[in-house]
Design a protein around this ligand. Structure first.
Ligand code: ADP
Ligand code: MG
Length: 247
């Protein structure tokens, strides 16, 4: 059985259909890249899975349990962690406190202070941020804020991680670092990952498979190498680059 099965997922806003009949599966232990140009429906798909949006139609099944339509906190407690594209940490709390909050509230069980702190420090060390209780959020750059965002998601002890990893604003070294980090989370923690991203290059190196969206519909599902050679994907997704190269 797949870890996550999305079928017939549709979301309309008024008369506008943002995603239509989106279907894909995520296998246990896999890193799936969900890619597509701006406005293709990635965030909408992501938010319908994570419970930020209520799907208009379709089902989302996680580990055999229907979660489509559950509110975000219930999805989180069911075992799906997520990162936000725009990090919004609590600036009046320390780094450890920020992450410990996720440990406290993100799991479907009571957590002691000691466990929350321990899980927070573990999550911080996975992403390479200081575990020192005195460390603050002030002065963290874009790259460090993304690490904090990932640490907060990891502290909820997810079995599936939805990473809205928008690499916008990171330099090449930082993008590579972000890719390596997700790869390590998968390898060392056995967490299944769906990585939503519109920059294709870096992602292709670590994902096992890609699902490509265009205008709210899945136009490709398969190996990264095959995606880069697929005519439809090249046209809609890489079209401008390919044209530029030809020109
Ligand atoms: P992506 O994340 O791939 O850039 P989105 O899922 O954010 O795309 O958006 C898909 C389409 O749905 C876009 O045309 C966007 O303008 C539209 N859309 C997204 N959210 C809303 C909303 N809350 N209300 C109306 N239209 C929306
Ligand atoms: Mg988006």
């Amino acid at each position: 059985m797949a870890k996550l099965t999305v079928s017939g997922l549709t979301k309309t806003f008024g008369g506008f259909t943002a995603i239509k009949d989106v279907a894909f599966e995520v296998e246990e232990g896999e890193i799936l890249g969900l890619i597509g140009p701006n406005g293709s429906g990635k965030s909408t798909t992501f938010n319908c899975i994570a419970g930020m949006l209520n799907p208009t139609a379709g089902t989302v099944v996680f580990e055999g349990r229907t979660i489509g339509g559950l509110p975000a906190h219930a999805v989180c407690r069911a075992g799906i962690g997520r990162t936000y594209q725009i990090p919004r940490p609590f600036h009046n709390l320390s780094l450890v406190e920020n992450v410990a909050l996720s440990s406290y509230f993100g799991q479907g069980k009571d957590v002691t202070r000691a466990t929350a702190w321990e899980q927070a420090q573990e999550a911080l060390s996975i992403v390479g941020l200081p575990t020192d209780p005195a460390a603050r959020t002030d002065g963290l750059n874009a790259s460090a804020l993304k690490k904090l965002e990932l640490a907060r998601a990891l502290a909820t002890q997810p079995r599936l991680l939805l990473a809205d990893e928008s690499l916008n604003g990171l330099d090449h070294g930082e993008m590579d670092q972000a890719a390596d980090m997700l790869d390590r989370v998968r390898r060392e923690r056995g967490i299944t990952i769906v990585w939503v991203e519109h920059i294709m290059g870096v992602l292709m190196r670590v994902v096992d498979r890609v699902v490509v969206l265009d205008h709210g519909e899945v136009i490709f599902d398969g190996a990264p190498e095959a995606a880069q050679a697929d005519r439809k994907v090249v046209e809609v997704y890489l079209g401008t680059d390919a044209d530029a190269e030809v020109a």
